[in-house]
Design a protein around this ligand. Structure first.
Ligand code: MF3
Ligand code: CO
Ligand code: CO
Length: 256
C-alpha cells in the first residue's frame, strides 16, 4: 500500500546523511568547474568523473530512461536538461545543475542555479528570490508542521519576488529511493498534507520563473522542461532532515 510519508530509521539516517554530504560536495565541484565555452555535454562528463571519484554512482542515470549523469538546465529550461555536445554555455547564461549520488545504499539530491559575472536586474531577482524561497521553505520544515506549511512558505516568498511558481514538478521525500513520499509542492494546493515527524527526509526544490508557471517537455528528448512563455527559470534544492528541533540541511556546503 502506498504511504503518505516515509520515516527513516536512525541507521538509515546515518547513511542518508553521508550520501547527501557527498552529493553536496560533488555539486560544488561541478559548479566550480563550469565555464562559458564548455558544452553542457562536457560539463556532464566532468560531473560523471567527480561522481565516480566518490566511489558512488549517478542516482539519475538510468532513472526511467534518463541518459545523463546530472541535469543541466539553462535559461528558459526549468529542469531535466540533458548535456548536449552542441550546446555551448555562454557567459550570459544561467546554469542550473541538479546532482544525485547513490552510495552505500542511500542517495542525495541537490540543485542550484548560477551565472557568470553580473546579472541583469530581473535575472538577479530570479536567482535571489528562488534561493530565498528555499530558505523560507526550510525554516517551515519543523516537526509538528505539515507539508502545506513548507509549500505555503515557498509560495509566499515567490510571490513577494513576483516570480512564477512551476506546478508540474514538486519536491519529494528522499534518501533510500530518489523519489519517496510525500510530495512537496511549491504552492498550496493539496490541502495541508502529512505532518512532519523526526526521521523524515524531504527535498524542497522551488522552480520559479520570471513569467508564467506553465512548462512544456521537449518532444525530441522526452525530458527537458522549458517555460512555455520563454521566460527564464531558476531551481534550488536542498535535502532536509526533520529533527526534534531545527531542520538539518543534509546538503549544506559552501556554494549554498
Ligand atoms: N533531481 C530531480 C529531482 O530533484 C529528478 C531528476 S529525474 C532524473 O527530483 F531522471 F533525472 F533522474
Ligand atoms: Co534534484
Ligand atoms: Co529532487
Amino acid at each position: 500500500m502506498s504511504r503518505s510519508q516515509n520515516v527513516h530509521t536512525p541507521e538509515e539516517v546515518e547513511r542518508i546523511r553521508f550520501a547527501a554530504g557527498v552529493t553536496a560536495q560533488v555539486r560544488d565541484q561541478i559548479a566550480a568547474a563550469a565555464r562559458p565555452g564548455m558544452t553542457t555535454f562536457d560539463l556532464d562528463q566532468v560531473a560523471g568523473e567527480f561522481i565516480r571519484a566518490t566511489g558512488g554512482k549517478s542516482a539519475f542515470k538510468g532513472y526511467g530512461d534518463y541518459p545523463g549523469n546530472i541535469c543541466i538546465s539553462l535559461n528558459d529550461e526549468v529542469v531535466h536538461g540533458i548535456g548536449r555536445p552542441d550546446r555551448i554555455i555562454q557567459e550570459s547564461d544561467i546554469v542550473s545543475i541538479d546532482v544525485g549520488v547513490a552510495i552505500n545504499g542511500a542517495l542525495g539530491d541537490t540543485a542550484l542555479t548560477f551565472g557568470f559575472g553580473t546579472q541583469p536586474e530581473d535575472v538577479a531577482r530570479l536567482l535571489r528570490g528562488t534561493k530565498q524561497s528555499l530558505t523560507e521553505g526550510i525554516a517551515a520544515a519543523r516537526r509538528g508542521n505539515r507539508i502545506g506549511n513548507v509549500s505555503r512558505a515557498v509560495e509566499r516568498c515567490a510571490k513577494r519576488f513576483h516570480l512564477g511558481v512551476v506546478r508540474d514538478y514538486v519536491g519529494h521525500g528522499c534518501g533510500i529511493q530518489l523519489h519517496e513520499p510525500p510530495e512537496v509542492p511549491n504552492f498550496a494546493a493539496y490541502g495541508e498534507g502529512p505532518v512532519l515527524v523526526p526521521g523524515m527526509v524531504i527535498c524542497i526544490e522551488p522552480m520559479l520563473t520570471l513569467g508564467s508557471w506553465e512548462v512544456k517537455v521537449n518532444r525530441h528528448d522526452g525530458w527537458t522542461a522549458t517555460t512555455r512563455d520563454g521566460s527564464w527559470s531558476a531551481h534550488f534544492e536542498h535535502m532536509i532532515l526533520i529533527t526534534e528541533n531545527e531542520p538539518e540541511i543534509l546538503t549544506w556546503q559552501k556554494t549554498m
